[in-house]
Each structure stands twice: as C-alpha cells, then as structure tokens.
Design a protein around this ligand. Structure first.
Ligand SMILES: Cc1ncc(COP(=O)(O)O)c(C=O)c1O
Length: 472
C-alpha cells in the first residue's frame, strides 16, 4: 500500500505559492477524510515519499507530524506511518446516533513544544559524543545529584540566559520539574516547614504534590501582576511556590513591584521560595526578564526543565538550591532513585556546550511567535468579544470569555466539532476564575490553528444560542 500516498500526492508545485509541506498535508488530509486513504492504510516512509516527490525529507517529516498531531496519522518509531484507525471518513456512513467526531483534529490542550521539531540529528550527535567520550567509570551510579559535566554546562547556560547565580555544586539534576518539586517539598518538610503558599490557579498536580509531602497548601490568588503579595503577607505560610516569568496558567508576568514584595516577604519571614521557570526561554515581544532567584539566591530554589525547550520525553530538569537546603534536597534525590540517567545527562551537557540548545531556541522562538500571532489574529476575527491574556511569553494563551458563558458546555461542543480545549477552572484550588480557555499553540501548525479557532468560535456561538433557547 505504500504507493497510495504517492498516488494521492500526484502533484506538488513550487509555483503555487503554498508551501510544499502544506500541499502535502492538505492533500493527505483530504484523501484521508474522503476515504481515498483507508483507515489503517500504510503510507510511504518519509524517505521514500520525499524522494518520489522530489522534496526534502524534513518537509515530509513535518507534514506527517502535523497530520499525526491532528489525529489523522499514527506514527510509531520503527514502523511505517499509518492512517489513524479511528479517523472519521465520509465514504463510510456514520450511524446517526453517533454525534461525536473520531477524536479531536485540533488539540489545543497540549502545552508541549513542537514535537516534530525535536532536533533529532543534533541530539543523536550529542548522544554519540557522550557515549564515545564517557570513561567506563561514568557508567556507574555516580553521585545522585548529577554529572559534573552537566552541572557545569547548566551553570554557564543559566547564568547567561536566565541571569542566575548558579555554582555547579548547587545544582541538582532531576527527572523533570515534577520530581524536583517533590524533592523540594520533602526537604522543606524535613526543615520544619508546615504550610506552603501556592498560586491559585496553578498546575493541577501541584496541590497534591505539596500535600503528599505532609505539607498544608495555602492558596493565594493571582491577578494580572502575578501572585497577590498582600494576601501572602496576611497568610501564615512559611514557603511560597511561584511562576514569576509566566504564571501558570493565567500567563501573567510578575510585575517589578510584586517581585520586590515577594523578596521582602521572604526576608521578613525567613521563608523559602520555589521558582518554577518552566517556559521562560520563550518571550516574544521583549527580552526575557531574569530569574527571581538572582535577587535572593540564599532563599530561592530555582527549578528549570527541558520539557518546554526540547521535549517532555527527556525527563530532564534541574534545581539550583540555596546552601541551607542543599544537603536535604540531595539526600532526598539519593533516597528517591539514585539519580537521573547519566548517559542522557552527558548528551545534554554536550548539546549545551556545542550551542545546540541556543540554536534550537532561536529557531523555535520564530516558529512559536508566528503560531501565536496566527492564534491572536484568528481569535480577533472569530471571537472578538474574548480577552486574550498571557501572550507575551510561553507556549499557551488564556482566552477569557464573558461571565455568562458556560465553559463546560463550550468544551463539550468544541470537542464534538473536533477541537479539544482545556479550561482554567480545572486549575483552581479555592478561588473562582472567570470562564477561561487555555490554548496551547506550540505543537499545532498555523493552518490548523486557524481552522481550530474558527470551529471553537462556532462552538461558543452554538452553545450561547442553545442556552438562550433554553432560557426562553
Ligand atoms: C507549571 C509547569 N511547571 C513545570 C512543568 C514541567 O514539568 P516537567 O519538567 O516535570 O515536565 C510544566 C509542564 O507542563 C508546567 O505546566
């Protein structure tokens, strides 16, 4: 069946004004939708299709990845790409009773970076360099807090890119921020902390992670300047977890005044902060604001991750820990799992030292800015009544709808139309939030963003119409 894709893609034209990738995507999407390419059909490999169409392989890789992200294709390592076994096809009659489409075609729920852009070749080179240069003893367990090579490379990177104060021996390598946060919670509990202030709303997993360490969660509301320091001051918390560069999920950038307020609170209370700097490398309209940690390195644990710059699958993150907590955090790491995969740590060190991360970020910033601008233009056109927040940084935007909108009904209607969206009420701890949709845009092509927002707006309007009809 490998010829089907080629038969379907009889023509790509360099003169059409439409990119080659887009032409391939559009034709395949069409062929899958109308049933020319059947469910489960195997497609040509990216190499074969590229050769047969006379285009470069990355063009085909990107087209396939986009179609996979939209749910049309299944791509598995080492296997030929196939048409999704659950995709809806117009040549097959759908039973009238089934009103749900076969899974979202545009999924705004993901807040991951563009996974099709993972720098596979550069990463392979770093892995090869790591394996060929690692002495045998480096294949042993080693120190749980991470390899010297990576901690040195990260100290340089974080100082240069995030303005951090980061001696290599204060860095603990963790398997993603999620593990780092758990270690910090355990170390805080050990140091006698009982109550931890967290931003409300926040990442859904955060309150549970804090409670699992035996700590009490103190939710502090957030506004467009970040955490409400006045409420923090009135609380009895002994530590605070913040996302200053790009509050998750509201997208607020912590103002200078609030940053000063948090620092004053830390000093007054002799408290500790955990700074979650998850997507700070992506700032579109001005230079990134430096990390808060640089202003009070003795009281702030800094947490970073490769999940947004490269891919969550790496499970690589890092903590920069104040001296007073270093021993307990490193001990927690040792007790938890004896450390993070060391071959990957060496590969990442090589990747950083050779400037590959800088190169990748330069490229991706442009891609994400274009996707963000496409999202904003589509929202302005189709949902002009919405207010959009959090767009200056990161990989997602918040769309605040009028108070009268029923967010759950909108989510359900959008899903029925093939568009998956997350809602901010899923992230609340105590305080009510206005009806707000969270739209991750980094892993979706511009054409799909346009289609998705148009469909989402239609879902919003259909939901309102139904609600009005029910009220009369
Ligand atoms: C607020 C926040 N912090 C950190 C992360 C990254 O976590 P990890 O490094 O464990 O992948 C995420 C991922 O979605 C997040 O939403």
């Amino acid at each position: 069946l490998t010829s089907s894709a080629v038969e379907v893609l009889a023509s790509v034209s360099r003169a059409s004004g439409v990119t080659l990738r887009r032409q391939i995507e559009d034709q395949l999407r069409h062929a899958i939708r109308d049933g020319t390419l059947k469910r489960g059909a195997r497609l040509a490999s990216t190499r074969d299709l590229a050769r047969q169409l006379g285009v470069s392989r990355p063009v085909v890789i990107e087209a396939y990845a986009q179609l996979a992200a939209e749910g049309y294709l299944e791509i598995r390592q080492g296997a030929s790409p196939r048409v999704s076994r659950v995709v809806g096809q117009s040549r097959e009659p759908t039973p009238a009773s089934v009103s749900v489409t076969s899974g979202p075609h545009v999924d705004f729920r993901t807040r991951s970076p563009d996974l099709s852009a993972f720098p596979r070749t550069a990463w392979l080179r770093s892995l090869r360099n790591a394996l060929s240069s690692m002495p045998n003893e480096e294949l042993d367990y080693g120190e749980a807090h991470g390899t010297d090579a990576l901690r040195r490379a990260l100290a340089e990177y974080l100082g240069r890119v995030r303005g951090l104060v980061a001696e290599p021996d204060r860095i603990v390598i963790v398997s993603g921020f999620a593990q780092g946060r758990a270690l910090v919670c355990r170390a805080l509990a050990k140091a006698g902390v009982k109550r931890v202030a967290i931003e409300d709303p926040c990442q859904t997993a955060l309150p549970g992670a804090v409670r699992r360490a035996g700590l009490t969660v103190v939710p502090i509301p957030v506004d467009s300047d970040g955490i409400r320091v006045d409420v923090l001051e009135r609380s009895d918390a002994q530590a605070v977890f913040v996302t200053p560069a790009h509050q998750f999920p509201t997208g607020a950038v912590m103002s200078g005044e609030r940053r000063a307020g948090v620092l004053a609170w830390l000093r007054d209370r002799k408290a500790i902060a955990l700074e979650d700097d998850y997507d700070a490398e992506f700032r579109y309209d001005r230079a990134p604001v430096g990390a808060l940690q640089a202003l009070e390195p003795g009281r702030i644990v800094y947490g970073g991750t490769a999940s947004k710059t490269l891919a969550p699958a790496l499970r690589l993150g890092w903590l920069v820990v104040p001296p007073a907590l270093l021993k307990t955090v490193a001990a927690a790491q040792r007790q938890s799992d004896w450390g993070v995969a060391r071959i990957e740590q060496h590969a990442f060190a090589d990747f950083l030292i050779r400037g590959e991360l800088d190169r990748h970020l330069r490229r991706q910033r442009g891609v994400y800015r274009a996707r963000r601008d496409t999202l904003l233009a589509a929202l302005a056109k189709h949902l002009p009544e919405a207010t959009v927040f959090g767009i200056s940084a990161g990989l997602h935007a918040c769309v605040v709808l009028p108070e009268t909108d029923d967010i759950l009904a909108i989510q359900a209607e959008a899903a029925r139309r093939g568009v998956a969206v997350a809602a901010q009420n899923e992230n609340r701890v105590r305080f009510k939030t206005p009806p707000t949709l969270l739209l991750g845009y980094a892993n979706i092509g511009e054409a799909s963003i346009r289609v998705g927002i148009k469909e989402l707006a239609a879902a919003v309007r259909a939901t309102r119409t139904r609600r009005r009809a029910a009220l009369t």
